[in-house]
Design a protein around this ligand. Structure first.
Ligand code: NAP
Length: 289
C-alpha cells in the first residue's frame, strides 16, 4: 500500500516517547498508514515495540544520544521537554530533520492560561523550535488530556471514592488517541495552523461527571469528596513539584470560572468528531478496577 505521506519527505519518521500514552498511538497510526517508523525510549527493554520498527535509545536532555535516532529521519514526533531543548533543536538541524511535530500544550494559545508556569515552559519550548528556521515545526496543542483522570485510579480502586479540588470545574478532556491522530496527520502533511489549533474533546464535562462516567464504565458508583485548595496542594505534592501543583490548581480555578472551552479542531483535522469522555472511561475501565 502506498504510504499516505502528503508532503514529499519519504524518510523514516521517528517517534520519541513511543511508550507514552500519546506516543504509543502515534506509532500505531503511522504503521497503519504504511509509514516507515522508528521508535525511541530513554531505556530500551525487549518487546516494547511492534515488529518492523527500528528502535533507538534517546534522551531529550542528552543531545549526544539524539544523533543516531535523528540521522536519516525525515520527521520526528517528540514531547516538549524544557530541560536541554536548545540541544534538541540543534541536533535536529544538524541531522537534517525536515519536520518536528511537538506535543505541546493548548495553554500556549489559550488566553486565560497565560502566565501559568506550565504554559510558559511549553511556550519556551515552542519558541526554541520556532527559531530553527530550517526545520518545519508543528506544535500539537491539547488543552486537557483525559488521561489526567488516571491519577484518580488508586483512590477508586482502594476506596471507591475520589477527593477532588473544584469538582464542578468544566473542561473538555481529549482522548489520547485523538491527540495522536492529529499528530499523525501533522507528521504526514497537515500543517499549521490546521493541526496546531486548540485541541479538546467534543464537549465540556465537570470533574464530578467524569468520575460518574468512570463509575458507569466500571459498573460501580464512585463517591466524590471536595478538597480545599490547601488539601489539594498537599495531595498533588505526592506526584509533582510545588510549582507544578500550583499551576494545575490555577488551571482548575480557570476551568471553574468557565474559561476552558470545547473546540472543533479534532473534527476539522480528522473529518470525524472527537471521542467523548464516556468512551475514554470505557477504554480505561480496567485501570479503575
Ligand atoms: N496533562 C494535560 O492535561 C496536558 C495538557 C496539555 C499538554 N500536555 C502534554 O502532554 C504530555 C503528556 O503526554 P502523555 O500523556 O503521552 O505522557 P506520558 O504517558 O507520561 O509519556 C511521556 C513520554 O515522554 C517521554 N519522555 C519523558 N522525558 C523524556 C526525555 N528526557 N527524553 C525522551 N523522552 C522523554 C517518556 O519516554 P520514556 O519511554 O523514555 O520514559 C514517555 O514516553 C505532558 O508532558 C505535556 O507536555 C498535557
Amino acid at each position: 500500500m502506498e504510504p499516505v505521506v502528503a508532503h514529499s519527505d519519504r524518510r523514516p519518521t521517528l517517534v520519541m516517547g513511543a511508550r507514552g500514552s500519546v506516543g504509543r498511538f502515534v506509532i500505531q497510526g503511522l504503521l497503519a498508514e504504511g509509514v516507515p517508523v522508528r521508535a525511541s525510549a530513554r531505556r530500551l527493554e525487549s518487546g516494547q515495540f511492534p515488529d518492523g520498527v527500528e528502535v533507538f535509545a534517546a534522551d531529550l536532555t542528552d543531545p549526544a544520544s539524539l544523533s543516531p535516532a535523528f540521522e536519516g529521519a525525515g520527521q520526528v514526533f517528540l514531547y516538549a521537554k524544557h530541560e536541554g531543548v536548545g540541544g534538541v533543536v540543534e541536533a535536529a538541524r544538524v541531522a537534517g530533520v525536515g519536520r518536528v511535530v511537538l506535543l505541546s500544550s493548548g495553554s500556549v494559545v489559550h488566553p486565560t492560561s497565560a502566565g501559568n508556569a506550565i504554559t510558559e515552559k511549553h511556550r519556551e519550548v515552542e519558541a526554541a523550535f520556532a527559531a530553527a528556521s530550517d526545520v518545519v515545526v508543528v506544535p500539537i496543542r491539547p488543552l486537557v488530556l483525559a488521561t489526567n483522570a488516571l491519577c484518580w485510579a488508586h483512590q477508586v480502586r482502594a476506596a471507591g471514592s475520589v477527593a477532588l479540588y473544584r469538582p464542578d470545574a468544566l473542561t473538555a478532556p481529549i482522548h489520547e488517541r485523538d491527540v495522536a491522530a492529529v499528530a499523525c496527520a501533522a507528521l504526514t502533511g497537515a500543517s499549521e495552523p490546521v493541526a496546531s489549533g486548540l485541541l479538546t474533546g467534543p464537549a465540556r464535562i465537570s470533574q464530578g461527571d467524569q468520575v460518574a462516567a468512570i463509575g458507569r464504565a466500571v459498573g460501580e458508583p464512585i463517591s466524590v469528596e471536595e478538597l480545599s485548595r490547601g488539601a489539594a496542594m498537599r495531595w498533588f505534592s505526592q506526584f509533582m513539584e510545588g510549582w507544578e501543583g500550583e499551576a494545575v490548581l490555577r488551571f482548575l480555578d480557570d476551568a471553574a470560572a468557565g474559561n476552558s472551552p470545547a473546540t472543533p479542531t479534532v473534527e476539522e483535522v480528522l473529518g470525524r468528531p472527537a471521542i467523548g469522555f464516556d468512551e475514554w472511561a470505557l477504554d480505561h475501565a480496567a485501570d479503575f478496577r
